[in-house]
Design a protein around this ligand. Structure first.
Ligand SMILES: Cc1cc2nc3c(=O)[nH]c(=O)nc-3n(C[C@H](O)[C@H](O)[C@H](O)COP(=O)(O)OP(=O)(O)OC[C@H]3O[C@@H](n4cnc5c(N)ncnc54)[C@H](O)[C@@H]3O)c2cc1C
Length: 402
């Protein structure tokens, strides 16, 4: 057994020692997974850059990767079901950390980390997607609570969620970006009505959510009244990284599936297919290495426009690779006959057939910001090209044409 330095300077060696001590005291082979994760949170080894008491140790952000690698090496469980927890872990947690009160961090972060409480994102509305700041869901102050009315749409995993991150309009008299406030919505409130939306894959990962007189305590507001757009930017930047920045090993994603089909089926090999596969393999490898660089940049700071580039390349590549997979499989690839109405909590790319990959990948260029919008962000914030003309910038939201 190692001896971790108590207090003292936290460097990579000190953290590795802490992880080794932790695993010695909580044998992953015999400890219940939730208990293991709860204890890991309490020990400050969930997110080491978070403050003490919030799952961290106040260590430099770059050291998180050291801790994760050491836990993996020692066979420790990770927060279960990346798909199920992606909104909580990838989007709600960094927003709560940046804008939450100590009480909010205390209430929300631990069950989010252990997977006990699932989160969803109540942002999009029928009239507000790419132009999210146009949203019309109203939150009106009533004593120490807010009364919320409106409709959200495309809400992934709302059927399984305990909490939702919600943005709503609190002041219609100011321009659209300024009158928004950010809340945590209790999905078990009687005014929350979740209805499935069936996708072209046959299943319903996402939902419409109707909000009728939902009472949200003011204590569940994240950030200042009217400052919700700024708070939402933290969520959105992290969302792009969560969707597109996931680091895979070489051939770890869909390109690996297609390369295996190529290896296993000599009859499918033509010079044209060879050329197509090679090009996509090289692009997937370039995307993987770029994501690795992004991961290292993130380790020392916040996600920036690089996250938009990662999400864009992930979406475009997934669609092209799943198209090639269908071509390689010929007629067999077209036999997608499982239209079972499922209520999954995310897209399960690994265990499904080629037809599912193809159909589900169409959503990749829409979810988390469309490819057109991401190109706009890259054009404006990376390349410095002139911004889009925005004529509604100084007009009160209530006066905008609806
Ligand atoms: C699988 C999936 C899961 C999702 N999960 C969630 C979720 O959990 N929570 C949530 O809140 N939302 C979710 N969404 C919604 C998603 O974020 C929105 O669909 C997306 O932001 C696009 O908005 P929209 O559908 O209103 O399209 P619109 O904004 O109406 O866009 C329609 C088309 O016009 C283009 N366009 C619009 N404005 C411009 C412009 N200025 N310049 C160039 N082109 C433009 C768009 O790129 C797009 O091609 C999900 C969507 C999908 C597909």
């Amino acid at each position: 057994m190692t001896t971790a330095p108590a207090g003292g300077r936290l460097d990579a060696a000190a953290l590795r020692a802490r992880v080794a001590d932790f695993v010695a005291a909580h044998d992953p082979a015999t400890t219940d997974q939730s208990e293991f994760l709860a204890a890991r949170f309490d020990a400050g080894l969930a997110w080491v850059h978070f403050p003490e008491g919030a799952g961290g140790l106040g260590a430099p952000r770059a050291l998180q990767v050291v801790v994760d690698k050491e836990f993996a090496r020692l066979g420790a469980p990770v927060p279960a079901g990346r798909e199920r927890l992606v909104i909580g872990l990838g989007m709600a947690a960094p927003t709560i950390l940046a804008f939450g009160t100590p009480e909010q961090r205390e209430r929300f972060l631990k069950p989010l980390y252990t997977g006990e409480e699932v989160w969803c994102q109540l942002f999009s509305e029928p009239g507000a997607g790419s132009d999210l700041a146009a949203l019309g869901t109203r939150a009106v102050r009533d004593g120490d609570a807010w009364v919320v009315n409106g409709q959200k749409v495309w809400t992934s995993g709302a059927h399984a969620a305990r909490w939702g991150i919600l943005i709503a309009r609190t002041d219609p008299d100011v321009p659209k970006h300024r009158g928004i406030t950010y809340f945590v919505c209790d999905m078990s409130d009687p005014g929350v009505d979740v209805r499935p939306l069936r996708q072209m894959t046959g299943e319903a990962e996402f939902n419409e959510v109707y909000l009728t007189d939902v009472r949200i305590p003011d204590a569940h507001r994240l950030g200042e009244v009217g400052d919700g757009w700024r708070v939402a930017q933290t969520t959105l930047m992290n969302e792009r990284v969560s969707i597109g920045g996931h680091a895979e090993p070489r051939e770890g994603g869909l390109i690996g599936v297609v390369a295996d089909i190529w290896r296993d089926r000599p009859q499918a090999r033509t010079p044209g297919m060879h050329d197509a596969l090679l090009r996509l393999w090289v692009e997937a490898e370039a995307a993987r290495l770029t994501k690795e660089r992004l991961r290292q940049q993130l380790a020392i700071g916040q996600p920036g426009p690089e996250g938009s580039a990662a999400k864009l390349s992930f979406a475009e590549l997934n669609q092209r690779i799943s198209g090639l997979e269908l071509e390689l499989l010929g007629g067999e690839g077209l036999t997608y006959d499982d239209w079972t109405f499922r209520r999954p909590e995310g897209a399960d790319f690994r265990s499904r057939v080629a037809g599912f990959h193809y159909l589900r990948s169409k959503g990749n260029s829409i979810e988390g910001g469309t490819s057109e919008i991401l190109r706009n962000i890259i054009a404006e914030r990376v390349l410095g090209l002139p911004g889009e003309v925005r004529v509604d910038k100084d007009v009160a939201w209530k006066d905008l044409p609806k």
